[in-house]
Design a protein around this ligand. Structure first.
Ligand SMILES: [Zn+2]
Length: 454
């Protein structure tokens, strides 16, 4: 009975799209996972990117070195063409950075890092009284009278009651993005914030901030979770002064590169199945989870197909975008070029959620297409893929929205992702080779199934 249902399901399909699954799909998918876990080629690529090349901030030569390395790896894996697309990006500089809190006794050093895009402090640093706020509403209530001449301390949190850590991140990151701009309006001389993380660690986590159109630009930094606890406790005892020193800033522009590699399709080469991650990272760690893992995933998608003897019908294109973190420049340039050249992306998938064990996919498409992808569940759930959510894609696919209409966001387990995110902890040790390869195989298996649809 079960077999009959499956038979009808496959050949007539529940959706507006015709449904085709190759007779040997089960074996082909198993072969993809076996190859991924057996060879661990994605992990080897990631290991090289993290340990031989290292952090790849916007405008860095390391970002270009990673682009050249991954291009060569894709050619070695059988890519028909691979090239580097130049992208003009801001050149980010970070030098010394520290802060000390004074409350009468000996000063207490707080682990501190400049937010990406912050202006530096004057050479002698800034020293001023600290005023703590828990929200923009509190900041506004204090007004110029309470803020002017002081350092604003955003003691703000990711909402850890939420199941989705990305939703919790979305709720907290506004203080990182706009905290300096808002505090500057009331005459603050600098801002510091509790790092945007869920781990109660002693490392600061950086990330992009913005001054918007504001003329007033005050230095802006993150302090570790534990430092934020200390500072808040000191403030409960009375007046606290903070001394902040940041040597950082945007120093003009530089050329980075998107890496683009095509594995040509045998039947519909003009239909592109794009898969990508971003090659840049923040500068405090090696960018292993964010987003070296996504690069390794994307590179493995065509490699695993070819290594298991599968010839893709559509062209599988790997794109590793430059500078996602600091303005999406690579993604914007790729989308501009694609539109200008009439590139047809039949589907586009992104991995930018780290290298933990796979959970599933977000699917950004019309309802019939979503239902069609959901029919793959029975083939993929044995590998831990249960999430087939509505709405997909990620930041680097956003410039393609409204141009092509079928997007997929790969979704790994994310409860611990923000432990590593944008901090010195985001290095190769943060990656388990098996989780990474399970993710790569999951993405490759999905693309294998999609490639066999009309
Ligand atoms: Zn990322």
């Amino acid at each position: 009975m079960k077999k009959l249902t499956l038979f009808l399901f496959i050949f007539f399909g529940p959706t507006g799209y015709s449904q085709e699954v190759p007779a040997d799909a089960k074996e082909a998918i198993k072969a993809i996972y076996t190859e991924a876990l057996g060879q661990q080629q994605g992990y080897q690529w990631l290991h090289h990117i993290c340990t031989e090349i290292g952090p790849r901030p916007s405008g860095s030569e390391a970002s270009n070195e990673a682009a050249r390395y991954t291009m060569q790896m894709m050619l070695d894996a059988g890519a028909d063409t691979a090239w580097l697309q130049p992208v003009e990006v801001p050149k980010w500089h970070r030098g010394d950075e520290w802060s000390k809190a004074y409350a009468g006794g000996a000063p207490i050093s707080l682990p501190t890092t400049a937010l990406g895009g912050s202006v530096p402090t004057p050479e002698e640093g800034v020293k001023a009284e600290v005023v703590e706020v828990g929200s923009f509403e509190e900041l506004e209530a204090l007004g110029e009278e309470g803020i002017k001449g002081k350092i604003v301390f955003y003691n703000t949190y990711m909402d850890h009651s939420l199941i989705s850590t990305f939703n919790a991140y979305g709720g907290a990151v506004k203080y990182r993005w706009a905290g300096a701009m808002e505090a500057g309006k009331y005459g603050a001389v600098a801002t510091v914030m509790r790092s945007v993380t869920l781990l109660r660690d002693d490392l600061p986590h950086t990330g992009a901030m913005s001054y918007g159109d504001s003329e007033v630009k005050v230095p802006s930094a993150a302090i570790s979770w534990q430092a934020a606890d200390k500072l808040s406790a000191m403030l409960e005892g009375g007046k606290v002064e903070l001394e902040l020193y940041l040597d950082c800033g945007v120093q003009g522009t530089a050329t980075n590169y998107n890496m683009i590699a095509d594995f040509k399709g045998s039947e519909k080469p003009e239909e592109i199945m794009l898969v990508g991650g971003h090659i840049d990272s923040w500068d405090l760690g090696q960018g292993a989870q964010d987003d070296g893992a996504g690069c390794a995933h994307a590179m493995q998608v065509p490699n695993l197909m070819r290594k298991t003897g599968y010839q893709n019908k559509r062209t599988v294109r790997v794109v590793l975008w430059a500078n996602e973190e600091f303005g999406l420049d690579g993604a914007k340039e790729y989308a501009r070029w694609a539109k200008e050249n009439g590139v047809h992306h039949w589907v586009a998938m992104e991995s930018d959620g780290g290298g933990d064990v796979p959970r599933g996919f977000g699917i950004g498409a019309d309802d019939d297409r979503i239902e069609q992808v959901r029919t793959f569940k029975s083939l993929l759930s044995p590998y831990g893929l249960h999430v087939f959510a509505k709405g997909g894609g990620g930041a680097d696919l956003s410039p393609l929205r409204g141009y092509d209409n079928f997007f997929i966001g790969y979704r790994p387990e994310s409860q611990r992702y923000f432990d590593f995110h944008h901090s010195a902890r985001d290095n190769i040790d943060a990656i388990h080779p098996r989780s990474l390869e399970m993710g790569a195989a999951s993405m490759s298996a999905l693309y294998y199934l999609l490639d066999n649809l009309d």
